[in-house]
Write a protein that binds this ligand. Structure first.
Ligand code: GLC
Length: 746
């Protein structure tokens, strides 16, 4: 009885975690409990990759609970294109599907922060209602090279566009009272040997290009967490770098959240905690023991540990799991599918249209290409989503009232039953980190010939899917395959002989080579990987139900060798039987790496990434410039003004001078004097998308350019060069546009 009374007295005296008693709780935690909070519950997938069953089945990771002090577990789950959890669970017929939204690259292609915020809002609601606390997204690493396997998750070659899109996404998700984890901080721009690669980059390129998107998003949206990356930066592991995680992230930018490792990232737990990397995910006994031992050995101060525990508890008290939110497991997936559709509609980019579009739905349409019958909603790896369905183009066209040419439709429907996705085990036993073998194009010539006689037009889809853990093979993935080129040639020959048009749809996770085939197409529509509603979106664009308003978030060069980073990016080959992530798993964290592009990667192009290079240093023109995209209508711009009042206020009047309603995008570039500082010919400093303008309707868009955004990183600080700055309102990076100058004096 006495024991019970004592126990009751002790429990009554032991406080539980509240928002206002964190220091007291920290003082009551034992070292072992502190380590348990900082080191995650582990994961059941290979090598620490996100797969956890604590709390929510199929989430990515969790923290340990400390019940005696009222500290719950919190749950992390992927990913940028939608919440990733297991869709089915043992013991129940209920399903747990999540909306498959457009990939990050397509969200950026909308150039519309309002729609991206709306996507974040819907996605964040699924995070909340499925019982997850933090969504491991967005991914904002710069598209340094088109062969990077994870570019589909990322936004752009330009840090301003990436940063603004990320800030909108984070605000949307976090408006639900759940967190995000902006990633991968930083310079995770290739997958080959990602756990060990040392990114070697100048301070200026780091600040102006590779950290800038994170900076914009942190300052504007304060993500609850940030994920440090797998790689080294100039010889220090990103998760073990105080200059990155404390000095820059918290000191310079004012980040108030928690830093979490990538899953299994880094090596030296003491160094990670000391650097300000608060949470070690997915966690393991060895990491837990290493933390405790480091404190006991004096290699890690308890003050560093307490600083991380304090930040972890500040995160925990914000989470639904702490607040006892009773999640429904029943988010409104139908409503979210419409948000997905709306965003995809705005992310489609029309690259070419020689009188082919809009087309249909009247008449007969010949639909070719295996991908037309098996649309690709997103990429592979942790950025994949368990979607309730995917609408392919065959279904999208049929739902849109198109009549499909029966010979081809019948052939492909039967053929695709035999040729469905076949995953080729390129690198071992983890299907979700490898490319999937594309069904092979094999339509008989006779069917093409007959369709050219009976149909009014041809639509041909080319598909590409790739993802985490591996970069793209130049010939297999970036170039078109011989079978694909043959299909395009035969279709173009047959239909052009009948005076009929051919449209190519690119259902791809990243850019492909264009020069060798684009002349065969009368129209080219880039629909990226548009999520579960993809077929409906593309059908609506093709028939003019939606007027395309997407713009390229990267440059499409004329050939891979023109890419500024091509001399310093790994070339992977499909026949290698190893997992690229761990290509050079050297013992410990040896730093004397010697193999170029694998052990280390030299960012020799420095700040000259994408249009910054092509518009300033390249000898060759590009296939399609950054910011490019066509519309079914035309717009006239006028009355550009630039007013300076601490910030630069830029306005431009946009008038729809065509016959179809449409949206336009004003891209505001600045050309600096470039006398005392080496500068690109122009850099994007703001952008604005108009609302839907009816024919003849005008609107005035207003953009803000902070004066400090004109600065360059020089001698360890930001410097604004004096002289004349040209503000350029342009349709893309190579467009002369409207100009207005301002002078910055001493
Ligand atoms: C992966 C990815 C990261 C993901 C995490 C959890 O390795 O790099 O983007 O969020 O593990 O799955």
């Amino acid at each position: 009885m006495l024991t019970l009374i004592l126990a009751a007295a002790i429990s009554a005296a032991t406080p539980v975690l509240r928002e206002d008693n964190i220091p007291e709780i920290v003082s009551l935690l034992t070292l072992e409990e502190k380590a348990a909070i900082l080191v995650g519950c582990g994961s059941t997938a290979f090598d620490g990759i996100g797969r956890n069953d604590v709390g929510v089945k199929g989430s990515a990771g969790a923290t340990h609970a400390i019940p005696r002090l009222g500290i719950p577990s919190i749950i992390f789950a992927d990913g940028p294109a939608g919440l990733r959890i297991d869709p089915v669970r043992p013991g129940t017929d209920k399903t747990f599907y999540c909306t498959g939204f457009p990939i990050g690259t397509m969200l950026a292609s909308t150039w519309n922060t309002d729609i991206v915020r709306e996507v974040g809002g819907a996605m964040g609601n699924e995070v909340l209602e499925y019982g997850v606390d933090v969504l491991l997204a967005p991914g904002v690493n710069i598209h340094r090279n088109p062969l990077c396997g994870r570019n589909f998750e990322y936004y752009s070659e330009d840090p301003l566009l990436a940063g603004e899109i990320a800030a909108a996404y984070i605000s949307g998700v976090q408006s639900n009272g759940v967190g995000t984890s902006i990633k991968h901080f930083a310079l995770n721009n290739q997958e080959l040997n990602r756990l060990h690669n040392d990114a070697r980059v100048s301070p200026r390129a780091m600040r102006e290009i590779y950290l800038k998107a994170f900076e914009i998003a942190v300052r504007k949206a304060q993500p609850w967490t940030l994920m440090s990356s797998y790689n080294y930066i100039n010889g220090t592991h990103a998760s073990e770098a105080p200059w990155l995680l404390t000095d820059i992230l918290r000191g310079d930018w004012g980040f108030r959240g928690v830093v979490v490792t990538d899953w299994g990232g880094g090596y030296d737990t003491a160094a990670q905690i000391h650097a300000g990397n608060d949470l070690i995910q997915s966690g393991s006994d060895s990491r837990y023991n290493a933390l405790i031992q480091a404190v006991k050995d004096g290699r890690l101060s308890i003050e560093d540990v307490d600083a991380c525990v304090t930040r972890a508890l500040e995160l925990i008290v914000k989470c639904p799991s702490f607040k006892g939110y009773s999640h429904s497991d029943d988010p409104d997936l139908e409503a979210h599918a419409q948000v997905c559709r709306k965003a995809a509609d705005e992310g489609v980019i029309m690259l070419k249209n020689d009188g082919a579009l809009p087309a249909g739905p009247d008449g007969v349409t010949a639909l070719l290409g295996v991908t037309s019958y098996d649309f690709i909603a997103g990429g592979t790896g942790s950025g994949d989503v368990h979607r309730p369905y995917v609408v392919d183009l065959q279904q999208g066209l049929a739902d849109g009232g198109f009549t499909l040419e029966p010979g081809l439709d019948g052939f492909y429907s039967k053929y695709m039953d035999d040729e469905r996705w076949r995953c080729r085990m390129i690198d071992g036993n983890n299907s979700w980190v490898i490319d999937r073998e594309r069904p092979i194009e094999a339509v008989p010539d006779s069917l093409i010939e007959r369709a050219a006689q009976t149909a009014d037009r041809a639509f041909v889809t080319i598909g590409r899917v790739f993802g985490e853990g591996k970069d793209r093979d130049l010939h297999y993935s970036y170039m078109l395959q011989d079978r694909e080129l043959e299909l395009l040639r035969k279709t173009a020959d047959a239909f052009h002989a009948q005076g009929k048009k051919v449209t190519v749809i690119l259902n791809v996770g990243g850019v492909v080579e264009m020069e060798s085939w684009q002349k065969l197409a009368d129209a080219i529509v880039l629909c990226w990987q548009p999520g579960e509603e993809g077929g409906h979106t593309v059908a609506a664009v093709l028939c003019g139900g939606v007027n395309p308003s997407g713009r390229l978030p990267m440059t499409i060069s004329r050939c891979y060798e023109d890419e500024p980073s091509a001399p310093n990016f790994p070339r992977v080959f499909e026949d290698k039987p190893f997992n690229y992530s761990f290509y050079r798993r050297l013992e410990g964290n040896k730093k004397d790496y010697t193999v170029k592009d694998i052990d280390y990667t030299d960012y020799a192009e420095d700040i000259y990434v994408g249009y910054r290079y092509f518009g300033t240093k390249a000898r060759n023109a590009v296939a399609y410039p950054f910011g490019y995209g066509l519309s079914y209508t035309t717009f006239r711009w006028s009355n550009m003004t630039v007013k300076s009042s601490g910030v630069y206020l830029v306005s431009v009047t946009v008038t729809n001078t065509g016959k179809a309603a449409g949206k336009d995008v004003v891209e505001l570039y600045v050309a600096a004097p470039g006398r005392s500082i080496d500068k690109p010919s122009r850099e994007l400093k703001a952008f604005a998308k108009t609302p839907l303008l009816q024919p003849g309707e005008s609107c005035t868009v207003e953009m803000t350019v902070p004066a400090e955004s004109l600065a360059s990183w020089e001698e360890q600080c930001w410097t604004v060069e004096k002289g004349r700055y040209r503000f350029i309102a342009a349709r893309h990076a190579a467009d002369k546009g409207l100009k207005s100058s301002v002078r910055i004096r001493d």
